[in-house]
Design a protein around this ligand. Structure first.
Ligand code: MD3
Ligand code: FE
Length: 214
């Protein structure tokens, strides 16, 4: 019997705050399948820089898979069944994604989570995501599952108001966070990603967010 103390790569479950749970390294044992699946999605629906309703180009590159994809343009933010760049449906959600998202949600107490949208975010070094709420989904009773891959980042976990003090949560390759219940509408963001080299992903961070959008 080996103690967890001597197993630095073993997964762990840590409650962050009511409704938010960090599953450290939870995605590591699936990393090969996940990365192959991400590649397939990006081949069918390339990463792109969306424009905000205010006319600014986002610095995070994005794409989607699943029945619905999150998009932004001059008319606003929304979920759409069609990729505006191709005019076709988004790539289907890979089984490896569905399984991981459902397993992670269940481990955090949300049984039966079936996401219909997966937003893929790619951060180059220096890229940040400013504080925002995720409010385009139909049912806020459904959790969001987030998977971090590649370069580490510091996640900002704020309050119910934009100017509430945010706590900093470091997230590394393979870490999964489940956000639900009272944490679901909290403001959140990502500090600028530091330059670095990840053995599997090179110089970038990828984040997958799984949602029940429709
Ligand atoms: C906390 N993405 O795509 S995921 C996003 O790392 C987004 O790319 C970040 O925020 C990223 O919208 C963070 C984690 C996340 C997602 C939804 C949340 C955290 C959340 C909803 C409520 C509270
Ligand atoms: Fe968000």
């Amino acid at each position: 019997m080996t103690l967890d103390l001597f197993e630095p790569d073993a997964p762990s479950l840590e409650p962050l705050e009511p409704g938010a749970m960090v599953l450290r390294r939870f995605a590591c044992r699936h990393e090969t399948a996940l990365l192959a699946a991400v590649q397939g999605v990006i081949e069918q629906a390339p990463l792109r820089f969306l424009v905000t309703p205010g006319g600014f180009r986002m610095s995070v590159a994005m794409t989607n898979c699943g029945a619905l994809g999150w998009v932004s343009d001059r008319t606003g933010y929304r979920y759409d069944a069609i990729d505006p760049d191709s005019g076709r449906r988004w790539p289907r959600m890979p089984d490896a994604f569905l399984l991981l998202a459902a397993e992670a949600a269940a481990a955090a107490g949300f049984e039966g989570f079936v996401p219909d949208a997966c937003l893929v975010n790619r951060y180059a070094p220096g890229t940040r995501l400013s504080l925002h709420q995720d409010r385009n989904e139909r049912d806020f009773g459904q959790p969001i599952v987030s998977v971090s891959l590649g370069l580490p980042a510091v996640f900002l976990f704020g309050g119910a108001q934009r100017d509430d003090k945010a706590r900093r949560v470091p997230l590394a390759h393979g870490d999964v966070v489940v956000w639900g219940g009272p944490a679901r509408l909290r403001f959140h963001g990502v500090l600028p990603v530091k330059e670095g080299e990840h053995p599997l992903l090179g110089g970038c961070r990828l984040n997958l967010t799984f949602r029940r959008a429709g």
